[in-house]
Design a protein around this ligand. Structure first.
Ligand SMILES: Cc1cc2nc3c(=O)[nH]c(=O)nc-3n(C[C@H](O)[C@H](O)[C@H](O)COP(=O)(O)OP(=O)(O)OC[C@H]3O[C@@H](n4cnc5c(N)ncnc54)[C@H](O)[C@@H]3O)c2cc1C
Length: 295
């Protein structure tokens, strides 16, 4: 099906984009990679009157470490993370997630920030952003604000970006030494959205105890969920099989999936626990002899 009629505006700078958003109000939508918005328009699930194409804002196509963060601009593609030696060597959770978002063709066009703004309950980047404690830079006509991932994802397909605003960048804190991460996803076939997914990032202290833990799950609720109880259980402890089993139960307790053609409620809830367990074990194994001595 063809999309409903719309006006197309190409912005070449943040200021131009914000001016168009201010002019058209709620009728305007940002077009980033278009990998979610264009299909939604073709199915008439979205009918924006105006598309504000930000793809010509090359100043936002960056992936760089700055002030203790990995900053990813609004027009940087998913593929930039997958291809980055810096991400591979220092941001294990992000590297792991970047290899399983959609398929290689979609990753060449889709943007990380666009995925966060779309906030699909089955999306991969929101899960990674929660576990990695990301922050999103949101700019409006009067001010720029920094929103934590916890506050950014409001509900299915709804974020903290208000009318007239755009997300400029996502910032992932630079993991301290002894930080390890992993992302696991069950999909019906390569390139599919997750049936269930889980992301984990653990920082160990010199004695092998977990100093900080980030654990999140996706496709099992209206939005990506942080497994806060599991994070608290891990923190201050040396990981063991028993501890990981408890954290898996914590993930299952907060999972609230719906049955669909990808699986039943019981199956998805069970898999939320299983994937958290797998990601935790990965992170512990990667931590070497100091972490997870009994695993
Ligand atoms: C075949 C296929 C398979 C896919 N599989 C997966 C998958 O397995 N996992 C997964 O996570 N995703 C998957 N996706 C979605 C894909 O990752 C999208 O690229 C992503 O969700 C949206 O990014 P985008 O840049 O294309 O955004 P767009 O489609 O351009 O925009 C999406 C929404 O975000 C808004 N938006 C975008 N950028 C901004 C901004 N800077 N500020 C404010 N609002 C903004 C838009 O207005 C729109 O409402 C798949 C897509 C396809 C087509």
């Amino acid at each position: 099906m063809f999309p409903a009629q719309f006006t197309y505006e190409r912005a070449r700078s943040e200021d131009e984009a914000l001016a168009v958003l201010a002019k058209y109000g709620a009728d305007a939508r940002i077009l980033a990679g278009g990998q979610s918005l264009i299909p939604a328009m073709r199915y008439r699930l979205a009918r924006p009157g105006v598309l504000v194409d930000i793809n010509a804002i090359t100043a936002l196509e960056y992936l760089e470490e700055r002030d203790g963060f990995l900053s990813v601009g609004a027009t940087a593609r998913d593929y930039a993370l997958e291809a980055s030696a810096l991400v591979r060597s220092h941001y294990e959770l992000l590297a792991s997630a970047s290899r399983v978002v959609a398929d290689p063709v979609v990753r060449q066009t889709g943007t990380v920030v666009g995925s966060l703004c779309h906030n699909d309950p089955s999306g991969d980047w929101p899960v990674a952003a929660l576990a990695a404690r990301a922050q999103i830079v949101v700019r409006g006509p009067g001010a720029t604000r920094l929103v934590s991932a916890d506050d950014f994802f409001v509900d299915s397909f709804t974020t903290a970006v208000n009318e007239g605003e755009m997300a400029i960048e996502v910032r992932f804190p630079k993991p301290p030494p002894l930080t390890y991460g992993s992302y696991h996803k069950i999909e019906r076939k390569v390139g599919d959205f997750a049936t269930v997914c889980a992301g984990v990032q653990l920082t160990f202290d010199a004695t092998g105890r977990v100093a900080t833990a980030g654990i999140a799950i996706g496709a099992v609720g209206a939005k990506a969920l942080r497994v806060v109880d599991g994070e608290m259980m891990m923190t201050g402890n040396v990981p063991t099989d028993e501890l990981i089993a408890e954290v898996m139960q914590a993930a299952k307790r907060i999972a609230d999936p719906v049955a669909d053609n990808r699986g039943s409620v019981d199956y998805k809830r069970e898999m939320a626990g299983v994937l958290v367990g797998r990601a935790l074990r990965d992170a512990c194994r990667l931590s070497g002899p100091q972490g997870a001595k009994t695993l």
